[in-house]
Design a protein around this ligand. Structure first.
Ligand code: ADP
Ligand code: MG
Length: 706
């Protein structure tokens, strides 16, 4: 494809644009990430104001947001002094007066304002003490001849920053630059989509869409421009991801695991702790299909909390070992690594396989021994934390890497793991973050995808209740009842990000009141929080697991993965402070055994609408995908981890949630094109091939991901 590559005019540095120059270019770069002509063109207005309407003072109402008035300045004075000084101008139209107010830049404004001239004034309407005013309005000398023309249209509003504003690059200034750029470029803006695609989807040409998105003729053209640009963004993101995936599949070598091997057979037929669910069986088949083949596997395994991903991981690892390879499992926290190590050791007890644990707190002597053993190929299975990615960890023949709860690992961390071998190991990434399918295919388009969509049998729904502080006594009473039955209880406090101290105080206060209510020797209470040493956390977790303590008080460190089937009550304090997926994860800690389980959400009396929706959703459903959907609607996809991991840059105009139909169209098109023309050499795809090649230069990292 590279042979088509030409210098693209959109990559011209912004400094060359008339009216920019080096200083402004630096500023644009730093403040808005605008470095090139293309960046400026894709800096999309965040809203438009309808300047065709002129209001009158008399008819203003408090609910108006932005208004445009036409009038003269009849008085101008500076009021107050020092930091409180402000400039007040009285604007008069045929119906009345209104104040225009400036808190900054008085002198400059004062000198520039003229009386006896008609101004078009535009600004955000302020209503205070029964009076209207316009703080820091935009003013423009009224030019009646222009009104029927350009000024009387939808005008773009761009976000700007304080620094840019002082350099004349508030929204207006940015609009002016954009106008200059559009005029300079004319129709030289290279079209990114080939003719047949434009025709098929009835899309505006790119140069027209960019012109209309900044300076729309009317609402209808604005909509058409939006659609075209959104499509562009979604389509090329998809094409890029799928193209890489194809390349990887075609060119990457992988270890081929010719058979499932003896260990698998031994375990599967003689030592399975319980029959696998159909979903578990299916994903194991999907995984093995990859492992058998000649290429590296990169598979995402998604499965709701408690769906049994660990067992799938273990079985996959046994296949690797049975084929003579080493394998490792990387967990995001020390506690989880410890837990997986314990689970594996127990499950493989009857088999003769060595498993070792490597974390940040592994003692130096053990560490040396483990590192040696790995290098010599004597340790087939390694479980650990981030410690596994350190350069000192060298394998003899690493065949498979499993990453648990992947959202805590970044791209680079993944990449470093598979650089640990000449032929890259197969990679299985496991996540419990439920993501709607359209989103998953976008975020993780570079990975193949398996889902465990079935829970192990016998799971009872976790009864979930929304309570407040006034229920404290009942809550304690209920906890006692459950403990009497031999069950265990989690009490979780939120992580207060703004203040680590407050966070600790919260959980310590909770711990105190609980130890008061549940005193020794009748009860024993564990505590785990973020600021404890790893060993201490482990020790406390271990006690709880063994049933030596009945209550586990903690911050969200137990959010993911922890598995104590005897725990049946999850009390979540300040539940309104948690995100939906976090609540879902936390609730997933109970309901893992045979006994009925409960989740008590303790929240404040006054809740925001969003918080209430979150908590009610928790009460109404246990389905991770439904919860993810609500979560997505409340938060938008911006927060979802993993966006960057698939090389999917920040979308500038499209929204994965709102434009899901467009996304699906874009994905289908990208797929179809790559099937018909995998190398993009066909003349009717020349524009998209060119565009992709230009993008590639902007995202060198993508090539390293898979
Ligand atoms: P997650 O997918 O959240 O990591 P785990 O792997 O921790 O879930 O499994 C949750 C619980 O379900 C564990 O206690 C595990 O032993 C149990 N489990 C897993 N698979 C099955 C199965 N097929 N039948 C019964 N219980 C199972
Ligand atoms: Mg897990």
């Amino acid at each position: 494809m590279a042979r088509f590559q030409t210098m693209n005019i959109l990559q011209t540095p912004i400094a060359y644009l008339k009216g920019v120059g080096p200083a402004r270019s630096d500023l644009l770069n730093r403040e808005l990430n605008i470095a090139t002509y293309g960046d400026l063109l894709w800096f999309i207005p965040f809203r438009y104001v309808d300047r065709t309407v002129i209001h009158t003072v008399k008819k203003l109402t408090p609910d108006m947001m932005y208004v445009q008035l036409l009038g003269r300045i009849v008085a101008l004075e500076t009021v107050g002094s020092g930091p409180n000084a402000r400039l007040v101008a009285r604007l008069r139209d045929e119906t009345g007066d209104i104040e225009l107010v400036w808190f900054q830049g008085h002198k400059w404004v004062k000198d520039s304002l003229k009386t006896h001239i008609d101004y078009l004034v535009f600004g955000k309407l302020n209503f205070f003490n029964g009076r209207y005013s316009l703080p820091h309005p935009e003013l423009e000398i009224y030019n009646p001849t222009e009104m029927g023309g350009l000024a009387a249209t939808l005008q773009p509003v761009y976000s700007s920053t304080e620094k840019l504003k002082t350099r004349g690059l508030a929204s207006k200034g940015l609009a002016k630059l954009t106008r200059t750029l559009l005029d300079t470029l004319g129709n030289q803006i290279p079209e990114t989509l080939d003719e047949w695609i434009l025709r098929h989807f009835n899309l505006l040409p790119l140069f027209e869409a960019l012109r209309q998105i900044h300076f729309p003729q009317n609402q209808e053209m604005l909509e058409k421009a939006r659609t075209r640009l959104k499509f562009d963004e979604l389509f090329f993101a998809q094409l890029e991801i799928l193209h890489y995936k194809n390349q990887r599949k075609k060119f990457s070598k992988g270890h081929s695991f010719k058979s499932v091997g003896p260990l698998f057979n031994e375990f599967y037929y003689h030592h399975l702790p319980f029959p696998l669910t159909n979903a578990q069986k299916r994903v194991i088949r999907e995984i093995y299909h990859d492992l058998k083949g000649p290429h590296q596997m990169n598979r995402l395994l998604q499965g709701d909390v408690g769906s049994g991903k660990t067992l799938v991981a273990l079985i996959t690892m046994l296949i690797a070992v049975g084929n003579g390879y080493q394998t490792c499992l990387m967990a995001p926290t020390e506690i989880l690594a410890q837990q997986h190590y314990a689970t594996f050791t127990k499950m493989l007890g009857a088999l003769n396989v060595e498993i070792r644990l490597l974390t940040g707190s592994t003692k130096s002597a053990d560490r040396q021994e483990i590192l040696m053993g790995l290098q010599e190929g004597k340790i087939p299975i390694l479980v650990g934390t981030h410690a596994l990615i350190e350069d000192t960890v060298q394998f003899n023949n690493l065949g498979l890497v499993v990453i648990d709860e992947q959202h805590r690992f970044g791209v680079e961390q993944r990449a470093r793991l598979w650089q640990k071998n000449n032929i890259p190991p197969h990679v299985l990434v496991m996540t419990a973050t439920p993501i709607p399918r359209t989103l998953a295919m976008t975020l993780y388009g570079d990975l193949d995808y398996s889902v465990i969509d079935e829970m192990p049998p016998g799971r009872k729904p976790v009864e979930t209740k929304l309570l407040t502080d006034s229920h404290r006594l009942q809550i304690f009473h209920f906890m006692k009842q459950q403990i009497k039955k031999g069950r265990q209880v989690y009490v979780v406090y939120p992580l207060i990000e703004e203040s680590e101290k407050l966070d600790l105080k919260h959980v310590m206060d909770g711990y105190e009141s609980i130890t008061r209510e549940f005193p020794l020797p009748e009860y024993a209470v564990s505590i785990v929080h973020g600021r404890m040493k790893a060993q201490d956390k482990e020790y406390e977790m271990e006690r709880f697991k063994k049933g030596e303590t009945q209550i586990m008080v903690s911050t969200t460190v137990i959010e993911v993965g922890v598995d104590v089937p005897n725990a049946t009550v999850m009390v979540i304090e300040n539940a309104e402070r948690f995100g939906l997926s976090q609540l879902h994860q936390l609730r997933g800690r109970v309901g893992r055994g045979a006994d009925k389980s409960y989740c008590l959400l303790v929240a404040g009396e006054k809740l925001s609408n969003d918080a209430l929706t979150r908590l009610q959703t928790m009460v109404q459903t246990q389905n991770g995908f439904e919860i993810a959907d609500v979560d997505l609607k409340l938060r938008g996809p911006g927060d979802l981890n993993g966006t960057r991991q698939s090389g999917l840059e920040q979308m500038r105009i499209a929204s994965i949630v709102e434009d899901s139909q467009l996304l699906i169209n874009a994905k289908n098109l990208a797929e179809k094109i790559l099937i018909d023309d995998p190398t993009l050499t066909h003349p009717h795809n020349v524009r998209i091939a060119n565009t992709l090649a230009t993008r590639r230069k902007d995202h060198p990292l993508l090539g390293m991901i898979s």
